[in-house]
Design a protein around this ligand. Sequence first.
Ligand SMILES: NC(=O)c1ccc[n+]([C@@H]2O[C@H](COP(=O)([O-])OP(=O)(O)OC[C@H]3O[C@@H](n4cnc5c(N)ncnc54)[C@H](OP(=O)(O)O)[C@@H]3O)[C@@H](O)[C@H]2O)c1
Length: 334
Amino acid sequence: MTANRAWTLASYPSGWVTEANFKLVESPVPSPKAGEVLVKNLWLSLDPYMRGRISQQQSYAKGVEIGEVMTGETAGEVVDSKHPGFTQGDKVLTSQRMGWQLYGCMKGEALTKVDAVRAPLSYYLGCLGMPGLTAYFGMKEIGSTKAGETVVVSAASGAVGSVVGQLAKIAGCRAVGIAGGKAKCDYVVKELGFDACIDYKAGNLYRDLKEACPKGIDVNFENVGGEVFDTVLRLMTPFSRIIVCGLISDYNATEPYALKSIRSVLVNRVRMQGMIVFDWNQRYPEARRELANLLNQGKLKYRESVVEGLEKAPQAFIGLLKGRNFGKQLIKLA
Ligand SMILES: NC(=O)c1ccc[n+]([C@@H]2O[C@H](COP(=O)([O-])OP(=O)(O)OC[C@H]3O[C@@H](n4cnc5c(N)ncnc54)[C@H](OP(=O)(O)O)[C@@H]3O)[C@@H](O)[C@H]2O)c1
């Protein structure tokens, strides 16, 4: 077995993340203690929430301390087990505490055994993982969509947004995406089957969105915030719903964007609710089962953006925050 390698936090970013905020360290591969399992990580998930974990602002979860391994979920294989529920070769999904590293020990209770025959292992970090579950619970529990309604989702080609729009279509809604650039918009309509997708970088977001949503917006699944969200607010219908899932355009900003159109929430009696996916963690098996069924029936399309090698993780993470990913961002570790 080779040595373990891990990315640790070297400094807190101020504004945009840089590669200098991380440090690659080498250490011996750890041995599991009683109740623990040693996992060889095969896939590392890179996600926008990680920016919040290396910010010193207060959030819903504890941040990474200087010198600690960067937080992150992985999918991997059991190589040694001191827990009765796991044996060598089992494929598992780890918790975010595993982090950006090649090997790690975790308590068996923090691992989820997955069926890598039903779907490729990496999918458990994407459409069958945290982003897919976010789309599922946001739409089902907060969106309360009815057939015929118009659903808008930003970051539409990404890990969460792509599933949101496809679930909207399955529910009989009109699905309209917002994404950056023609290639992403073409993919959202032609491959994922949305009714329309607006390129917010083209400079006519309000006009284009109004045209794509002639009856207004009944459900907005917000992934981006900032000017995109401000524009969507202007088109909300009376008694519409907003799921505040993410505000990625603000994650690297030193000053938060100030919304100008919040009045729309008042005059339209809009119900706006923030969500954090782990509030539904007791129901993850139900959501995974439903999403896997849709995948197996060909009703859920999914795309990955794969970078090879742990050493490229900081660079790929910065790329994700700048929208350079096209689909779920992953690092292939082996
Ligand atoms: N609340 C929860 O429990 C939860 C769980 C998972 C994810 N999230 C949130 O959901 C959102 C999407 O996450 P994801 O994993 O699916 O990521 P993703 O969409 O796969 O990747 C992020 C995308 O955000 C877009 N983006 C970045 N900067 C932007 C900007 N300034 N303006 C507009 N768009 C920008 C880019 O797409 P374009 O090229 O199209 O701009 C980029 O590809 C994030 O805000 C994330 O924090 C929340």
